[in-house]
Design a protein around this ligand. Structure first.
Ligand code: NAD
Length: 482
Protein backbone atom coordinates (compact mmCIF):
# COMPACT_ATOMS: atom_id res chain seq x y z
CA UNK A 1 0.00 0.00 0.00
CA UNK A 2 1.31 3.48 -0.87
CA UNK A 3 2.23 5.50 2.16
CA UNK A 4 1.31 9.15 1.73
CA UNK A 5 2.78 12.07 3.58
CA UNK A 6 -0.06 13.16 5.88
CA UNK A 7 0.01 16.93 6.20
CA UNK A 8 -1.79 18.46 9.18
CA UNK A 9 -2.77 21.99 10.05
CA UNK A 10 -0.57 23.72 12.60
CA UNK A 11 -2.60 25.74 15.07
CA UNK A 12 -1.39 27.11 18.39
CA UNK A 13 1.82 25.09 18.17
CA UNK A 14 0.02 21.78 17.62
CA UNK A 15 -0.68 19.61 14.61
CA UNK A 16 -4.42 19.25 14.23
CA UNK A 17 -6.61 16.96 12.15
CA UNK A 18 -9.00 18.18 9.51
CA UNK A 19 -12.10 16.26 8.42
CA UNK A 20 -11.65 16.66 4.66
CA UNK A 21 -8.36 15.87 2.90
CA UNK A 22 -7.07 16.69 -0.60
CA UNK A 23 -4.63 14.81 -2.85
CA UNK A 24 -1.28 16.39 -3.61
CA UNK A 25 0.57 15.02 -6.66
CA UNK A 26 4.24 14.51 -7.39
CA UNK A 27 4.54 16.35 -10.73
CA UNK A 28 7.38 14.11 -11.92
CA UNK A 29 5.39 10.89 -11.57
CA UNK A 30 1.78 12.00 -11.64
CA UNK A 31 1.18 10.03 -8.44
CA UNK A 32 -0.43 11.20 -5.23
CA UNK A 33 2.33 11.57 -2.70
CA UNK A 34 0.69 13.61 0.06
CA UNK A 35 -2.72 14.18 1.59
CA UNK A 36 -3.37 17.71 2.76
CA UNK A 37 -6.15 19.23 4.87
CA UNK A 38 -9.08 20.74 3.02
CA UNK A 39 -9.49 23.50 5.59
CA UNK A 40 -12.41 25.88 5.73
CA UNK A 41 -13.94 28.50 8.00
CA UNK A 42 -13.61 26.44 11.23
CA UNK A 43 -9.90 25.77 10.80
CA UNK A 44 -9.23 29.38 9.79
CA UNK A 45 -11.21 30.66 12.80
CA UNK A 46 -9.17 28.43 15.13
CA UNK A 47 -5.89 29.59 13.58
CA UNK A 48 -6.83 33.28 13.71
CA UNK A 49 -7.95 32.93 17.35
CA UNK A 50 -4.64 31.29 18.26
CA UNK A 51 -2.71 34.05 16.47
CA UNK A 52 -4.80 36.78 18.15
CA UNK A 53 -4.16 35.27 21.59
CA UNK A 54 -0.44 35.00 20.96
CA UNK A 55 -0.17 38.58 19.69
CA UNK A 56 0.08 40.51 23.00
CA UNK A 57 2.91 38.27 24.26
CA UNK A 58 4.84 38.12 21.01
CA UNK A 59 4.52 41.80 20.15
CA UNK A 60 5.93 42.68 23.58
CA UNK A 61 8.74 40.16 23.41
CA UNK A 62 12.05 42.09 23.21
CA UNK A 63 13.21 42.55 19.63
CA UNK A 64 16.54 40.85 20.43
CA UNK A 65 14.73 37.74 21.65
CA UNK A 66 12.51 37.58 18.58
CA UNK A 67 15.61 37.96 16.48
CA UNK A 68 17.40 35.13 18.31
CA UNK A 69 14.43 32.80 17.76
CA UNK A 70 14.42 33.56 14.04
CA UNK A 71 18.14 32.81 13.90
CA UNK A 72 17.47 29.47 15.56
CA UNK A 73 14.79 28.71 12.97
CA UNK A 74 17.38 29.41 10.25
CA UNK A 75 19.96 27.15 11.92
CA UNK A 76 17.57 24.21 12.25
CA UNK A 77 16.26 24.63 8.71
CA UNK A 78 19.83 24.65 7.46
CA UNK A 79 20.58 21.44 9.35
CA UNK A 80 17.64 19.72 7.57
CA UNK A 81 18.63 21.14 4.22
CA UNK A 82 18.61 17.92 2.13
CA UNK A 83 15.31 16.69 3.49
CA UNK A 84 13.62 20.00 2.65
CA UNK A 85 15.15 20.10 -0.85
CA UNK A 86 13.84 16.62 -1.68
CA UNK A 87 10.35 17.45 -0.39
CA UNK A 88 10.28 20.74 -2.28
CA UNK A 89 11.15 18.88 -5.48
CA UNK A 90 8.49 16.20 -4.94
CA UNK A 91 5.89 18.86 -4.25
CA UNK A 92 6.67 21.24 -7.06
CA UNK A 93 8.53 19.28 -9.75
CA UNK A 94 11.78 21.26 -9.69
CA UNK A 95 15.15 19.49 -9.71
CA UNK A 96 16.41 18.60 -6.23
CA UNK A 97 19.70 20.25 -7.24
CA UNK A 98 17.88 23.55 -7.83
CA UNK A 99 16.05 23.34 -4.50
CA UNK A 100 19.45 22.79 -2.86
CA UNK A 101 21.04 25.67 -4.71
CA UNK A 102 18.21 28.18 -4.65
CA UNK A 103 15.05 27.53 -2.65
CA UNK A 104 16.25 26.17 0.66
CA UNK A 105 19.38 28.36 1.03
CA UNK A 106 17.24 31.36 0.22
CA UNK A 107 14.66 30.34 2.84
CA UNK A 108 17.47 30.11 5.40
CA UNK A 109 18.82 33.47 4.24
CA UNK A 110 15.36 35.08 4.50
CA UNK A 111 15.07 34.01 8.14
CA UNK A 112 18.60 35.22 8.97
CA UNK A 113 18.28 38.44 7.02
CA UNK A 114 15.05 39.62 8.64
CA UNK A 115 16.26 38.42 12.06
CA UNK A 116 19.00 41.03 11.81
CA UNK A 117 17.42 43.74 9.67
CA UNK A 118 14.63 44.14 12.24
CA UNK A 119 17.32 45.07 14.77
CA UNK A 120 18.63 47.82 12.54
CA UNK A 121 15.46 49.54 11.48
CA UNK A 122 15.85 53.31 11.86
CA UNK A 123 13.09 55.62 12.97
CA UNK A 124 12.79 59.27 11.91
CA UNK A 125 13.11 62.27 14.20
CA UNK A 126 12.88 66.00 13.43
CA UNK A 127 13.26 69.16 15.44
CA UNK A 128 10.84 71.86 14.39
CA UNK A 129 11.32 75.61 14.15
CA UNK A 130 9.08 75.93 17.19
CA UNK A 131 10.93 76.00 20.54
CA UNK A 132 11.11 72.56 22.16
CA UNK A 133 9.15 70.88 19.42
CA UNK A 134 10.31 67.46 18.35
CA UNK A 135 8.56 64.92 16.14
CA UNK A 136 9.55 61.30 15.95
CA UNK A 137 8.15 58.08 14.58
CA UNK A 138 7.70 54.77 16.26
CA UNK A 139 6.40 51.55 14.77
CA UNK A 140 3.94 49.00 16.09
CA UNK A 141 3.15 45.56 14.70
CA UNK A 142 -0.24 45.40 13.01
CA UNK A 143 -1.71 42.26 14.59
CA UNK A 144 -2.60 38.97 12.90
CA UNK A 145 -1.11 38.89 9.40
CA UNK A 146 -2.69 36.66 6.75
CA UNK A 147 -0.04 35.26 4.40
CA UNK A 148 -1.06 33.56 1.16
CA UNK A 149 1.53 31.93 -1.08
CA UNK A 150 1.69 30.34 -4.55
CA UNK A 151 3.22 27.00 -5.52
CA UNK A 152 6.25 27.98 -7.58
CA UNK A 153 8.79 28.74 -4.82
CA UNK A 154 7.07 27.38 -1.73
CA UNK A 155 9.67 27.84 1.02
CA UNK A 156 11.39 30.83 -0.61
CA UNK A 157 8.20 32.92 -0.74
CA UNK A 158 6.71 31.72 2.54
CA UNK A 159 9.80 32.77 4.49
CA UNK A 160 10.11 36.04 2.55
CA UNK A 161 6.78 37.07 4.08
CA UNK A 162 6.75 35.19 7.36
CA UNK A 163 10.21 36.32 8.54
CA UNK A 164 9.61 40.11 8.42
CA UNK A 165 6.04 39.65 9.70
CA UNK A 166 7.04 37.86 12.90
CA UNK A 167 10.36 39.69 13.26
CA UNK A 168 8.41 42.92 13.62
CA UNK A 169 6.09 41.45 16.26
CA UNK A 170 3.04 40.26 14.33
CA UNK A 171 1.57 36.81 14.62
CA UNK A 172 0.60 35.06 11.40
CA UNK A 173 -1.79 32.65 9.75
CA UNK A 174 -0.29 31.25 6.54
CA UNK A 175 -2.13 29.56 3.71
CA UNK A 176 0.39 27.86 1.40
CA UNK A 177 -0.68 26.67 -2.04
CA UNK A 178 -2.79 23.52 -2.02
CA UNK A 179 -0.40 22.10 -4.62
CA UNK A 180 2.75 22.49 -2.54
CA UNK A 181 2.02 22.17 1.17
CA UNK A 182 4.52 19.61 2.40
CA UNK A 183 7.57 21.79 3.10
CA UNK A 184 5.44 24.39 4.90
CA UNK A 185 4.11 21.61 7.13
CA UNK A 186 7.65 20.30 7.78
CA UNK A 187 8.68 23.85 8.60
CA UNK A 188 6.17 23.90 11.50
CA UNK A 189 8.28 21.27 13.29
CA UNK A 190 11.28 23.54 12.86
CA UNK A 191 9.33 26.46 14.37
CA UNK A 192 8.43 24.39 17.45
CA UNK A 193 11.97 23.12 17.85
CA UNK A 194 13.35 26.66 17.61
CA UNK A 195 11.06 27.83 20.41
CA UNK A 196 8.63 29.97 18.43
CA UNK A 197 5.83 30.33 21.00
CA UNK A 198 2.50 28.60 20.24
CA UNK A 199 0.15 30.69 18.12
CA UNK A 200 2.83 32.99 16.70
CA UNK A 201 2.85 31.06 13.41
CA UNK A 202 -0.19 29.06 12.35
CA UNK A 203 -0.53 27.16 9.10
CA UNK A 204 -3.86 26.25 7.49
CA UNK A 205 -3.73 24.13 4.36
CA UNK A 206 -6.37 23.92 1.69
CA UNK A 207 -7.76 25.59 -1.39
CA UNK A 208 -7.94 29.28 -2.22
CA UNK A 209 -11.70 29.60 -2.57
CA UNK A 210 -12.26 27.88 0.82
CA UNK A 211 -9.32 28.40 3.21
CA UNK A 212 -7.80 31.40 1.41
CA UNK A 213 -11.08 33.25 1.09
CA UNK A 214 -11.97 32.62 4.77
CA UNK A 215 -8.57 34.01 5.77
CA UNK A 216 -8.72 37.19 3.70
CA UNK A 217 -12.28 37.98 4.82
CA UNK A 218 -11.61 37.29 8.50
CA UNK A 219 -12.41 40.47 10.47
CA UNK A 220 -9.58 39.79 12.95
CA UNK A 221 -6.93 39.76 10.19
CA UNK A 222 -6.03 43.40 9.46
CA UNK A 223 -3.20 42.68 7.01
CA UNK A 224 -2.97 40.44 3.96
CA UNK A 225 0.24 39.67 2.11
CA UNK A 226 -0.60 37.81 -1.07
CA UNK A 227 1.60 36.40 -3.83
CA UNK A 228 -0.15 34.77 -6.75
CA UNK A 229 -2.06 35.54 -9.91
CA UNK A 230 -3.48 38.96 -10.79
CA UNK A 231 -6.96 37.44 -11.33
CA UNK A 232 -6.92 36.01 -7.78
CA UNK A 233 -5.76 39.35 -6.39
CA UNK A 234 -8.79 41.02 -7.95
CA UNK A 235 -11.06 38.47 -6.24
CA UNK A 236 -9.33 39.18 -2.94
CA UNK A 237 -9.69 42.93 -3.35
CA UNK A 238 -13.39 42.50 -4.13
CA UNK A 239 -13.85 40.15 -1.14
CA UNK A 240 -12.46 42.72 1.30
CA UNK A 241 -13.75 45.85 -0.39
CA UNK A 242 -15.86 46.75 2.63
CA UNK A 243 -13.01 46.23 5.12
CA UNK A 244 -9.94 48.41 5.51
CA UNK A 245 -6.97 46.03 5.49
CA UNK A 246 -3.31 46.56 4.71
CA UNK A 247 -2.68 44.75 1.47
CA UNK A 248 0.51 43.78 -0.38
CA UNK A 249 0.07 42.07 -3.73
CA UNK A 250 2.87 40.37 -5.70
CA UNK A 251 1.29 39.24 -8.94
CA UNK A 252 1.58 37.93 -12.49
CA UNK A 253 4.20 38.86 -15.09
CA UNK A 254 5.15 39.05 -18.74
CA UNK A 255 8.78 40.06 -18.43
CA UNK A 256 10.93 41.26 -21.29
CA UNK A 257 14.60 40.72 -22.08
CA UNK A 258 16.14 43.46 -24.24
CA UNK A 259 19.39 42.60 -25.97
CA UNK A 260 21.21 45.41 -27.78
CA UNK A 261 23.79 44.69 -30.48
CA UNK A 262 26.64 45.71 -28.16
CA UNK A 263 25.69 43.11 -25.52
CA UNK A 264 28.26 40.59 -24.36
CA UNK A 265 26.60 37.50 -25.84
CA UNK A 266 28.98 35.12 -24.07
CA UNK A 267 27.46 36.24 -20.81
CA UNK A 268 24.01 37.19 -22.08
CA UNK A 269 23.01 33.88 -23.69
CA UNK A 270 23.58 31.53 -20.73
CA UNK A 271 21.99 34.05 -18.38
CA UNK A 272 18.99 34.46 -20.67
CA UNK A 273 18.63 30.67 -20.85
CA UNK A 274 18.46 30.68 -17.06
CA UNK A 275 16.11 33.65 -16.93
CA UNK A 276 13.69 31.95 -19.34
CA UNK A 277 13.80 28.35 -18.18
CA UNK A 278 14.98 28.01 -14.59
CA UNK A 279 12.43 26.24 -12.38
CA UNK A 280 10.61 25.25 -15.63
CA UNK A 281 9.99 28.93 -16.30
CA UNK A 282 7.80 29.00 -13.21
CA UNK A 283 9.29 32.09 -11.58
CA UNK A 284 7.46 35.41 -11.75
CA UNK A 285 10.83 37.01 -12.61
CA UNK A 286 11.39 34.75 -15.63
CA UNK A 287 11.78 36.32 -19.05
CA UNK A 288 9.09 35.37 -21.55
CA UNK A 289 9.61 37.92 -24.36
CA UNK A 290 13.13 38.46 -25.68
CA UNK A 291 13.69 41.49 -27.94
CA UNK A 292 16.96 41.21 -29.87
CA UNK A 293 18.43 44.01 -32.00
CA UNK A 294 18.06 43.02 -35.66
CA UNK A 295 21.79 43.15 -36.50
CA UNK A 296 22.52 40.28 -34.07
CA UNK A 297 19.13 38.55 -34.18
CA UNK A 298 20.15 35.51 -36.30
CA UNK A 299 23.41 34.99 -34.42
CA UNK A 300 21.66 35.22 -31.06
CA UNK A 301 18.83 32.92 -32.08
CA UNK A 302 21.10 30.19 -33.40
CA UNK A 303 23.14 30.04 -30.19
CA UNK A 304 20.11 30.47 -27.95
CA UNK A 305 18.28 27.57 -29.58
CA UNK A 306 21.37 25.36 -29.37
CA UNK A 307 21.68 26.03 -25.63
CA UNK A 308 17.97 25.47 -25.02
CA UNK A 309 18.12 22.15 -26.87
CA UNK A 310 21.01 21.05 -24.66
CA UNK A 311 19.04 21.50 -21.44
CA UNK A 312 18.47 18.23 -19.65
CA UNK A 313 14.82 17.81 -18.76
CA UNK A 314 13.82 14.83 -16.70
CA UNK A 315 13.84 13.08 -13.36
CA UNK A 316 14.18 15.87 -10.77
CA UNK A 317 16.15 13.61 -8.44
CA UNK A 318 19.02 13.09 -10.90
CA UNK A 319 21.89 15.47 -10.09
CA UNK A 320 22.42 16.60 -13.69
CA UNK A 321 18.76 17.33 -14.43
CA UNK A 322 18.39 21.04 -15.11
CA UNK A 323 14.63 21.22 -15.65
CA UNK A 324 11.99 19.12 -13.96
CA UNK A 325 8.23 18.81 -14.34
CA UNK A 326 5.54 21.49 -14.38
CA UNK A 327 3.53 21.71 -11.20
CA UNK A 328 0.26 20.05 -12.25
CA UNK A 329 -1.30 18.30 -15.20
CA UNK A 330 -3.71 21.23 -15.64
CA UNK A 331 -0.89 23.74 -15.65
CA UNK A 332 1.15 21.71 -18.17
CA UNK A 333 -1.96 21.49 -20.39
CA UNK A 334 -2.39 25.26 -20.16
CA UNK A 335 1.24 25.85 -21.15
CA UNK A 336 1.01 23.42 -24.08
CA UNK A 337 -2.28 25.07 -25.09
CA UNK A 338 -0.50 28.44 -25.43
CA UNK A 339 2.20 26.85 -27.62
CA UNK A 340 -0.39 25.19 -29.85
CA UNK A 341 -2.42 28.37 -30.15
CA UNK A 342 0.70 30.30 -31.21
CA UNK A 343 1.58 27.63 -33.79
CA UNK A 344 -1.95 27.69 -35.20
CA UNK A 345 -1.68 31.46 -35.48
CA UNK A 346 1.40 31.18 -37.72
CA UNK A 347 4.25 31.32 -35.20
CA UNK A 348 7.35 29.18 -35.69
CA UNK A 349 8.18 26.77 -32.87
CA UNK A 350 11.97 26.69 -33.12
CA UNK A 351 12.53 24.04 -30.51
CA UNK A 352 10.83 22.38 -27.59
CA UNK A 353 7.31 21.14 -27.22
CA UNK A 354 6.00 19.49 -30.36
CA UNK A 355 9.39 19.70 -32.12
CA UNK A 356 11.56 17.38 -30.04
CA UNK A 357 10.19 14.40 -28.18
CA UNK A 358 11.16 14.07 -24.56
CA UNK A 359 13.57 11.21 -24.27
CA UNK A 360 12.71 10.84 -20.65
CA UNK A 361 9.42 9.01 -20.40
CA UNK A 362 7.85 9.43 -17.02
CA UNK A 363 4.17 9.89 -16.37
CA UNK A 364 4.90 13.38 -15.09
CA UNK A 365 4.07 16.80 -16.49
CA UNK A 366 7.16 17.57 -18.57
CA UNK A 367 7.40 20.27 -21.23
CA UNK A 368 10.68 20.93 -23.04
CA UNK A 369 12.19 24.47 -23.21
CA UNK A 370 10.27 26.01 -26.09
CA UNK A 371 11.40 28.94 -28.23
CA UNK A 372 8.87 30.67 -30.46
CA UNK A 373 9.50 33.20 -33.24
CA UNK A 374 7.46 35.00 -35.90
CA UNK A 375 4.93 36.40 -33.48
CA UNK A 376 3.38 39.85 -33.27
CA UNK A 377 3.43 41.97 -30.12
CA UNK A 378 -0.34 41.76 -29.72
CA UNK A 379 -0.51 37.96 -30.08
CA UNK A 380 -1.86 36.16 -27.01
CA UNK A 381 1.51 34.45 -26.43
CA UNK A 382 3.18 37.90 -26.26
CA UNK A 383 0.56 39.40 -23.95
CA UNK A 384 -0.60 36.76 -21.46
CA UNK A 385 1.40 35.11 -18.72
CA UNK A 386 2.22 31.50 -19.66
CA UNK A 387 4.30 30.73 -16.54
CA UNK A 388 6.16 27.85 -18.12
CA UNK A 389 9.30 27.10 -20.17
CA UNK A 390 8.17 29.11 -23.18
CA UNK A 391 9.78 32.22 -24.64
CA UNK A 392 9.15 34.32 -27.74
CA UNK A 393 12.18 35.87 -29.47
CA UNK A 394 11.54 38.87 -31.74
CA UNK A 395 13.76 41.43 -33.50
CA UNK A 396 13.79 45.19 -32.90
CA UNK A 397 15.50 48.12 -34.64
CA UNK A 398 16.06 50.96 -32.18
CA UNK A 399 15.97 52.04 -28.56
CA UNK A 400 12.80 54.10 -28.63
CA UNK A 401 10.90 51.33 -30.39
CA UNK A 402 12.00 48.56 -28.03
CA UNK A 403 11.15 50.53 -24.88
CA UNK A 404 7.63 51.07 -26.20
CA UNK A 405 7.21 47.44 -27.16
CA UNK A 406 8.65 46.08 -23.90
CA UNK A 407 6.23 48.35 -22.00
CA UNK A 408 3.30 47.25 -24.15
CA UNK A 409 1.84 44.70 -21.75
CA UNK A 410 -0.35 45.03 -18.67
CA UNK A 411 2.34 43.61 -16.38
CA UNK A 412 5.58 45.07 -15.03
CA UNK A 413 7.66 43.00 -12.63
CA UNK A 414 11.09 43.12 -14.26
CA UNK A 415 13.13 43.55 -17.43
CA UNK A 416 16.56 42.09 -18.21
CA UNK A 417 18.53 44.66 -20.20
CA UNK A 418 21.75 43.82 -22.06
CA UNK A 419 24.06 46.54 -23.38
CA UNK A 420 27.64 47.69 -22.90
CA UNK A 421 26.67 51.36 -23.39
CA UNK A 422 26.40 52.75 -19.86
CA UNK A 423 24.51 55.85 -20.95
CA UNK A 424 21.92 53.78 -22.73
CA UNK A 425 21.68 51.40 -19.79
CA UNK A 426 20.61 54.18 -17.40
CA UNK A 427 18.43 55.94 -19.98
CA UNK A 428 16.49 52.82 -20.91
CA UNK A 429 16.26 51.56 -17.32
CA UNK A 430 14.46 54.77 -16.34
CA UNK A 431 11.91 54.42 -19.13
CA UNK A 432 10.95 50.79 -18.49
CA UNK A 433 7.69 50.19 -16.67
CA UNK A 434 8.92 47.53 -14.27
CA UNK A 435 9.61 47.15 -10.57
CA UNK A 436 13.14 45.83 -11.21
CA UNK A 437 15.54 46.30 -14.12
CA UNK A 438 18.40 43.82 -14.28
CA UNK A 439 21.27 45.27 -16.30
CA UNK A 440 23.70 42.72 -17.76
CA UNK A 441 22.55 40.20 -15.16
CA UNK A 442 19.48 38.46 -13.82
CA UNK A 443 18.35 37.62 -10.30
CA UNK A 444 21.16 39.56 -8.68
CA UNK A 445 19.34 41.50 -5.98
CA UNK A 446 20.14 42.35 -2.38
CA UNK A 447 17.29 41.83 0.09
CA UNK A 448 17.69 45.43 1.22
CA UNK A 449 16.29 46.68 -2.08
CA UNK A 450 12.56 47.20 -2.68
CA UNK A 451 10.89 44.31 -4.50
CA UNK A 452 7.54 44.39 -6.26
CA UNK A 453 5.73 44.96 -9.53
CA UNK A 454 4.22 47.86 -11.45
CA UNK A 455 0.87 48.01 -13.25
CA UNK A 456 -1.09 44.73 -12.92
CA UNK A 457 1.93 43.00 -11.39
CA UNK A 458 1.45 44.29 -7.91
CA UNK A 459 0.75 46.76 -5.18
CA UNK A 460 3.30 47.51 -2.49
CA UNK A 461 6.94 46.61 -2.03
CA UNK A 462 8.81 44.05 0.04
CA UNK A 463 12.55 43.97 0.86
CA UNK A 464 14.21 45.00 4.10
CA UNK A 465 12.94 48.51 4.77
CA UNK A 466 9.68 48.12 2.86
CA UNK A 467 8.75 44.88 4.62
CA UNK A 468 9.42 46.38 8.04
CA UNK A 469 7.17 49.27 7.04
CA UNK A 470 4.44 47.07 5.60
CA UNK A 471 4.23 44.77 8.62
CA UNK A 472 4.04 47.66 11.07
CA UNK A 473 1.90 50.76 11.54
CA UNK A 474 3.82 53.97 11.96
CA UNK A 475 2.95 56.39 14.72
CA UNK A 476 4.18 59.97 14.78
CA UNK A 477 4.76 61.39 18.23
CA UNK A 478 4.75 65.21 18.32
CA UNK A 479 6.29 66.62 21.51
CA UNK A 480 6.72 70.16 22.76
CA UNK A 481 8.67 70.37 25.97
CA UNK A 482 8.84 74.13 26.57
P1 NAD B 1 -3.04 31.67 -7.57
O1 NAD B 1 -3.43 33.10 -7.60
O2 NAD B 1 -3.91 30.69 -8.25
O3 NAD B 1 -2.91 31.15 -6.06
C1 NAD B 1 -2.05 31.77 -5.13
C2 NAD B 1 -2.55 31.46 -3.72
O4 NAD B 1 -3.81 32.09 -3.55
C3 NAD B 1 -2.77 29.98 -3.45
O5 NAD B 1 -2.41 29.69 -2.12
C4 NAD B 1 -4.26 29.82 -3.62
O6 NAD B 1 -4.80 28.73 -2.92
C5 NAD B 1 -4.77 31.15 -3.08
N1 NAD B 1 -6.08 31.56 -3.57
C6 NAD B 1 -6.70 31.21 -4.73
N2 NAD B 1 -7.91 31.77 -4.79
C7 NAD B 1 -8.08 32.51 -3.66
C8 NAD B 1 -9.11 33.32 -3.16
N3 NAD B 1 -10.25 33.50 -3.82
N4 NAD B 1 -8.94 33.93 -1.98
C9 NAD B 1 -7.78 33.77 -1.29
N5 NAD B 1 -6.77 32.99 -1.70
C10 NAD B 1 -6.90 32.38 -2.89
O7 NAD B 1 -1.57 31.62 -8.12
P2 NAD B 1 -0.67 30.34 -8.35
O8 NAD B 1 -1.15 29.63 -9.56
O9 NAD B 1 -0.54 29.61 -7.07
O10 NAD B 1 0.75 31.01 -8.65
C11 NAD B 1 1.15 31.46 -9.90
C12 NAD B 1 1.01 32.95 -10.01
O11 NAD B 1 1.74 33.59 -8.97
C13 NAD B 1 1.59 33.48 -11.31
O12 NAD B 1 0.71 34.46 -11.83
C14 NAD B 1 2.90 34.12 -10.88
O13 NAD B 1 3.36 35.15 -11.72
C15 NAD B 1 2.53 34.64 -9.53
N6 NAD B 1 3.72 34.86 -8.71
C16 NAD B 1 4.11 36.15 -8.51
C17 NAD B 1 5.26 36.41 -7.77
C18 NAD B 1 5.72 37.82 -7.56
O14 NAD B 1 6.65 38.04 -6.80
N7 NAD B 1 5.11 38.80 -8.21
C19 NAD B 1 6.00 35.36 -7.23
C20 NAD B 1 5.56 34.06 -7.45
C21 NAD B 1 4.42 33.82 -8.20
Amino acid sequence: MTKFVQVKNFINGEFTDCVGMLDSFNPATGEVWAKIPDSGQNEVDAAVNAAAQAFPGWSQTPQAKRSAILQKVADILESRFDEFAVAESRDQGKPVSLAKKMDIPRAVHNMRFFATSCLNYQEKANYMDIPGALNYTTRLPVGVAGIICPWNLPMFLLTFKLAPAIASGNTVVCKPSEMTSVTAWMFCEVLNEAGVPPGVVNMVFGTGPKAGDALVRHPSVPLISFTGGTATACLIKAAIATQCKKLALELSAKNAGIIFEDADLEKCIPTTIRSCFVNQGEVALCTSRVFVQRSIYDRFLEKFIAEARAIKVGDPSEPDTWMGALVTQEHAAKVVGYIQQAAEGGATIQCGHGVVKLLYLLQGYFVRPTIITDVKDDDVIMQEEVFGPVVCVVPFDNEEEVVKRANGVQYGICVALWTSDVGRLHRVARKLEAGTVWANCWLVRNLYMPFGGCKSSGVGREGAVDSMEFYTDVKTVCVQIE
